[in-house]
Design a protein around this ligand. Structure first.
Ligand SMILES: [Mn+2]
Length: 265
């Protein structure tokens, strides 16, 4: 079974990767996640991605507040957000909720973000919590999200990248149904980000995933390597996934401005 409404939204461009998932226990999660992604896609990123992401998250919060004031049905709508802004050497990561960012480096899968969930806070450390995967009933109970009327309290941190890194951003519809070892193997084996995305979405569907499964996969490549431009694809259970390739590692001093029409719909 899949949700009738896709509550996930995502963006992949040369300077920004982002996945958002509407909060499930409130209506209009699809509008909330889309608001988060389109707001970030509109930001003219500068030499200070941390400041840009901070103001971007604040802007999302303001827009959600405004929508909630205009329509009482949207008064509590919310979304998770995992966004990574590229600066040529690494990422600034903004994260709130239970979408995730993973790094595959030297064959090892590293979780870069920490879920803001009940189960995760009870666990109280960085190790996987009991019942964190396999659809634990309280797993997706969020303790933090970008929510109308609730302020903006996202984690913000810098992460250094290396050529050869492969990054995965995904919604819980992926990691709830695909085991970490399967995610790792898929990222190791896939010849391209596109292949990884397609395979991960397929695996979630095969595992009986009853949630939207959305991925963004990006490779960091050395500046000398010629990288063919691949199309951007939107990914969710039935559709192909999002992908991006980061080019110009260590050379891309400033990101070019993004245009809104590249945003995921
Ligand atoms: Mn979900």
């Amino acid at each position: 079974m899949r949700r009738k409404v896709n509550e996930d939204a995502a963006y992949a461009g040369p300077g920004l990767l982002a996945v958002a998932d509407g909060v499930g226990d409130q209506p209009h999660g699809d509008i909330a996640s889309r608001t988060a992604i389109t707001t970030l896609a509109d930001i003219p990123f500068t030499a200070d991605p941390a400041a840009d992401l901070t103001s971007g998250v604040a802007e999302i919060s303001t827009r959600l507040d405004d929508l909630g004031r205009e329509d009482p049905a949207m008064a509590r709508m919310g979304t998770t957000l995992t966004a990574m802004a590229w600066d040529g050497y690494g990422f600034t990561v903004a994260h709130i909720g239970d979408t995730r960012a993973y790094l595959l480096r030297a064959g090892e899968l590293n979780l870069l973000t920490r879920d803001h969930t009940m189960v995760r806070s009870l666990a109280g450390d960085e190790r996987p919590a009991e019942g964190e995967s396999a659809g634990h009933p309280r797993r997706s109970k969020l303790v933090r999200a970008l929510q109308s009327g609730a302020g903006a309290d996202a984690d913000l941190f810098r992460h250094d990248a290396q050529p050869g890194d492969r990054y995965l951003l995904c919604s819980d519809g992926v990691f709830m149904f695909v085991e970490p070892e399967e995610i790792r193997e898929t990222l190791v084996r896939a010849a391209s980000p596109a292949e990884a995305v397609t395979r991960l979405v397929d695996l979630s569907t095969l595992a009986g995933g009853h949630d939207n499964a959305t991925c963004v996969v990006a490779d960091v490549v050395a500046p000398s390597r010629e990288v063919p431009r691949e199309p951007l694809l939107l990914g969710s259970a039935r559709e192909p996934g999002l992908l991006a390739r980061l080019t110009g590692f260590g050379r891309l001093a400033r990101r070019p401005a993004r245009t809104a029409d590249a945003a995921a719909r």
